[in-house]
Design a protein around this ligand. Structure first.
Ligand SMILES: Cc1cc2nc3c(=O)[nH]c(=O)nc-3n(C[C@H](O)[C@H](O)[C@H](O)COP(=O)(O)O)c2cc1C
Length: 450
């Protein structure tokens, strides 16, 4: 059992992070109201941190786990070059999960007098947030027709006692809840906390687009069967080695007002009625570690990775794409930079069309040549400064479908799209755009000089 405990989910992640020297430990008491989130935000949600003393709780909190690109690659056992293929391979080859009779998550099962604010150190992040929020929870539901498991990160507003509001933006889940409402049936669900990077990444695939069982995608991503146990009060399976699970139902006939909440781009989102979850059981390991994600960016990186894989494929169909970057500043969804090996006139513009046409959230895209490092903002700016003439190289499309996470979209309920073709011309004329090079620069050993 001991070895297994260290193989999957949060505790194995913490071991890896410790071994990599990437885990900060805070032994000073922090208040889950504002202070804890402020510390995570200070490091841009890119520094994994364990908080051993959280005010009014005996439970250790962890945050900032999956916000750093480099750390995420290491936790996924992948490289920048392989990240896209690893994900594509998992989608094409889902692998079976393994159901265990028992697992550490069932060490403690609470079914009576569930009072979430008392049980768990749930943070409040921003001054005008309507309540405390669980922001790192992965929600599990099952498709009643196919038996497939769908996981996704949702935010959960704590409404007191055993009740939480569930913010649902996805079309598929909205439809499912609608169908249940018509049939007056509850939807069984579970919320998982204390997971690892493959579990998070698998959850970020669109169910509507891929229709895959996300637990099986997880098995493919981690290279071994995801080990699961049956829930206690609902007919679902959860990771055997995660830290905490909330089991419950979404009743067909109830909703409560949700929000405001400081969202992805740092603005407060809307206030509206949303479905609620009634928690029927809380499962947790001995000495559980409560997982938190500051609600700006941290775990959206994994969402951005899926978008990078999709954008790469959308452009690959048409030309020789080299790399894609969905940027942090654009909330891992609004901005993309793409490098291509341009072989024909017009490929810069075609890449713009492909990118803006494929994803409704993407707002601005810049296409550059392969000699530009798309992860270096100065290099991208340099290409825009020297390879763009706005009257010819800029494409603007007015009033297309956009995302409600962008407040400027909300003004007209539509979003303008812009593409910048910062590629150089092909052929003889393109030679004037070659970068000056220092022979031997790549091989220089700087320590020799200092
Ligand atoms: C940190 C984070 C928070 C998210 N919060 C929500 C949310 O509150 N509501 C929502 O519908 N989607 C949210 N998402 C997006 C979904 O998790 C994601 O789109 C997922 O792929 C949807 O899966 P589905 O297609 O099975 O619905 C969030 C994603 C991340 C990374």
């Amino acid at each position: 059992m001991r070895n297994k405990v260290e193989r999957q989910m949060l505790r194995s992640t913490l071991k890896k992070l410790e071994a990599m020297g990437k885990l900060e430990v805070c032994n000073v008491e922090v208040n889950p109201e504002y202070e804890l989130g402020a510390v995570l935000k200070y490091y841009n949600n890119e520094r994994p941190m364990l908080f051993n003393r959280v005010k009014n709780s005996k439970i250790t909190v962890v945050g900032g786990l999956y916000g750093s690109r480099e750390i995420f690659y290491d936790l996924m056992d992948t490289t920048h070059e392989d990240r896209i293929y690893q994900l594509m391979n998992a989608i094409a080859n889902p692998k079976p999960t393994k159901l265990l009779k028992d697992g550490p998550i069932k060490e403690n099962i609470i079914t009576r007098n569930i009072n979430l604010p008392k049980l768990l150190p749930i943070p409040k992040f921003h001054g005008d947030d309507s309540s405390t929020f669980i922001t790192a929870g992965v929600m599990i539901i099952k498709d009643p027709d196919t038996g497939k498991t769908f996981t996704s990160v949702r935010r959960f507003q704590i409404n007191g006692g055993n009740k939480i509001s569930v913010l649902i933006a996805s079309a598929m889940l909205k439809n499912q809840i609608e169908a249940l409402r018509k049939g007056n049936k509850p939807l069984e669900m579970a919320v998982v906390l204390g997971y690892d990077a493959p579990y998070l990444l698998a959850s970020q695939l669109s169910s509507q687009l891929y229709g895959v069982d996300k637990h099986q995608i997880d098995s493919a991503l981690r290279g071994e069967a995801l080990e699961l146990v049956k829930c206690h009060t609902v007919d679902l399976e959860v990771p055997a080695y995660c830290e905490c699970v909330l089991e419950g139902i979404i009743p067909p006939d109830k909703s409560e007002v949700e929000g405001p909440f400081g969202e992805l781009m740092g603005y407060y989102g809307g206030v509206a009625p949303h479905p609620i979850m009634e928690v029927t059981a809380v499962l947790h390991r001995n000495n559980p570690i409560f997982q938190v994600a500051f609600p700006c960016r941290e775990e959206h990186f994994s969402n951005g990775l899926v978008r990078e894989m999709e954008l790469y494929n959308d452009i690959k169909r048409l030309m020789d794409v080299k790399d894609v970057h969905i940027t942090m500043g654009g909330g891992y969804r609004f901005h993309a930079i793409v490098s291509i090996h341009k072989k024909n006139k017009g490929e810069g513009k075609t890449a713009i069309l492909a990118a803006l046409g494929a994803n409704k959230d993407l707002k601005h895209v810049v296409i550059v040549d392969e000699d530009i490092d798309i992860f270096n903002p100065d290099a991208v700016e340099g290409a825009i400064a020297t390879r763009v003439q706005a009257s010819k190289d800029m494409v603007v499309i007015a009033s297309a479908v956009g995302s409600g996470l962008d407040p400027s979209h909300l003004l007209e309920k539509a979003s303008d799209k812009m593409g910048i073709d910062a590629t150089k011309p092909v052929g003889e004329i393109g030679k004037g755009f070659e970068m000056a090079k220092i022979p031997g620069y790549e091989k220089i050993d700087i320590s020799k000089y200092l």
